[in-house]
Design a protein. Structure first.
Length: 76
């Protein structure tokens, strides 16, 4: 599942794939997004696409500290 597209998002001019950052078993799908996809933009820290259990292949993920450093480096 890592690197595989599991959804897509549509903007005014394009459609983009959403890729899985981990492998595992999808345990829940956020059905509310089917009727109100704008929730991802309105509350990105509260909305979610899927919940995954039995996660594997997470080595490529950043730690919170690494992510913060990355975001800061992008501001420069």
């Amino acid at each position: 599942m890592v690197g595989e597209s599991f959804s897509d998002v549509e903007s005014v001019k394009t459609v983009s794939d959403v890729y899985a950052p981990v492998s595992g078993t999808v345990s829940e799908v956020n059905e509310e997004l089917l009727d109100a996809p704008e929730r991802i933009n309105e509350a990105p820290y509260d909305a979610w696409f899927v919940k995954v259990k039995d996660i594997t292949e997470r080595e490529e993920l950043l730690t919170a500290e690494e992510y913060k450093a990355f975001v800061e480096s992008e501001k420069e």
